[in-house]
Design a protein around this ligand. Structure first.
Ligand code: 5GP
Ligand code: MN
Length: 333
C-alpha cells in the first residue's frame, strides 16, 4: 500500500496543473463570487468560508451567496458575511462553485447571468454535470473541504486557525462525524488540528440540539424497522412531525437523523426518509460493510458517495421503501 505521505505527493503531482491554474485565476481576480449547493451542509459552508478567508487575506472582494445556511454553523469565521440577497451587479471576475455535485443543485442568484467562463468548480462528487473553465474534481476525497486543504497546501497558502476550523467542520460533516474518514482524511485532520482547528467547538455545535429536535428524534427511533432480507434498518419522519414540534426548517440544526440511525447495530444499509406535504420524499442512505449506496441513490435519481448518499423522489413512505428495495435487489444480487 502506498504510504500516506505518498498519497499527498501523488495528489500534489496529479493536480499540479489545476492547482496552479486556480492560483493564477485568483491572482488575476479582484471581485469574487461564491456559490454552492441548495440546502447547504457543513462541507458546503466550511469549504466556502475557508477559501473566503484565504481570499480576504489576498485583499480580494468576496461575495458569498448562500440561502438557508444552517444556524448551528454560525460560529465559523465570517459566517455573518453570507448573503441571501442576489448581488446587485454582475461584474465578478471569478466565481467559485463548490461542492454542488451537478448544475441542477447549484444555488444561483436570482436573475443572474452565470458566465460559465468565469467559474471554477471544486467538488468531490463522482457524477453530475460540473460546469466552468476549471474543474477540480477529486471523487476519491472525503469532502470538498479536504480538497481545499490540498489546494491551499499546494499553492503555499498559510492555513491558519480559522481556515483550519472551517475545513475541519466540512470534513466532519461529510464523514458522518469522522466515522467513515479515510486514512488520508485522518492525516489531513491531524494537520488541521496542528494548526489549531477548534475541534471541541465544532463537536459541541454538532452534538447539541433543541428539545423539539430531541422529540422528533424520539419519533424517528420509535419507527425504526429491520428488514431481514436486505439487512437494512430504516425509519422515517413526516412534515407533520416537524410541524407538531413547531420546527419550521429542519436544516437549521445538525443533521442528526441518518447518522444517528446508522450507529445502530451492524446493518448493511440504513435508510432514512422524510415525507413532505406535496407527496415528495427525501431519502438518505448510509452503509457499512462495503455496500455502495451511491448506486442505489443514483437508481432513484439522486447520488452521493459510497457510504452516504441521498435522493429525492415521489410517493408515499411505503412506495419509496419498495423503490429502494428494488434498487437494492439489483445491487446486492
Ligand atoms: P444526506 O443524506 O446527508 O442528505 O446526503 C448525503 C450525501 O448524498 C450528500 O453529501 C450528497 O452528496 C448526496 N445527496 C443527497 N441528496 C442528493 C440528491 O438529491 N442528489 C444527489 N445527486 N446527491 C444527493
Ligand atoms: Mn461535500
Amino acid at each position: 500500500m502506498k504510504s500516506q505521505k505518498g498519497i499527498l505527493i501523488m495528489i500534489n503531482k496529479s493536480y499540479k496543473k489545476e492547482f496552479k491554474n486556480i492560483k493564477e485565476e485568483i491572482d488575476k481576480a479582484k471581485n469574487i463570487l461564491f456559490l454552492t449547493h441548495r440546502a447547504p451542509d457543513g462541507d458546503a459552508i466550511g469549504s466556502v468560508l475557508a477559501l473566503n478567508l484565504y481570499l480576504k487575506k489576498q485583499k480580494k472582494n468576496t461575495y458569498i451567496y448562500i440561502l438557508g445556511a444552517p444556524r448551528f454553523l454560525n460560529f465559523l469565521p465570517y459566517f455573518e458575511e453570507i448573503k441571501t440577497k442576489s448581488p446587485k451587479h454582475q461584474d465578478f471576475d471569478l466565481i467559485f462553485s463548490l461542492d454542488y455535485a451537478g448544475e441542477e443543485r447549484l444555488e444561483k442568484p436570482f436573475h443572474f447571468f452565470l458566465d460559465k467562463r468565469k467559474i471554477i468548480s471544486i467538488d468531490h462528487h463522482p457524477e453530475g454535470k460540473i460546469i466552468g473553465k476549471i474543474k477540480l474534481i477529486l471523487p476519491f476525497v472525503s469532502s470538498t473541504s479536504e480538497i481545499l486543504y490540498y489546494l491551499l497546501d499546494s499553492i503555499k497558502a498559510k492555513i491558519d486557525k480559522n481556515i483550519a476550523t472551517c475545513l475541519l467542520a466540512g470534513i466532519l460533516t461529510d464523514t458522518g462525524g469522522f466515522s467513515f474518514a479515510s486514512q488520508n482524511s485522518e492525516r489531513v485532520v491531524g494537520k488541521l488540528l496542528k494548526e489549531g482547528a477548534e475541534l471541541s467547538k465544532i463537536m459541541e455545535r454538532y452534538n447539541s440540539f433543541s428539545l423539539s429536535r430531541a422529540r422528533i428524534l424520539a419519533k424517528m427511533i420509535s419507527r425504526i424497522k429491520r428488514d431481514e432480507d436486505f439487512e437494512m434498518l430504516w425509519s422515517w419522519l413526516s412534515f407533520d412531525d416537524f410541524k407538531r414540534e413547531k420546527e419550521r426548517s429542519f436544516l437549521q440544526e445538525p443533521p442528526i437523523f441518518p447518522d444517528f440511525l446508522s450507529r445502530i447495530d451492524k446493518a448493511k444499509v440504513y435508510l432514512f426518509m422524510i415525507e413532505y406535504k406535496n407527496g415528495r420524499v427525501k431519502g438518505s442512505l448510509r452503509s457499512r460493510q462495503g455496500v455502495d449506496v451511491s448506486k442505489i441513490a443514483q437508481g432513484l435519481g439522486g447520488g452521493g458517495h459510497k457510504s452516504a448518499s441521498g435522493f429525492k423522489t415521489t410517493g408515499t413512505i411505503k412506495e419509496v421503501l419498495e423503490k429502494v428495495k428494488r434498487e437494492l435487489k439489483k445491487e446486492l444480487k
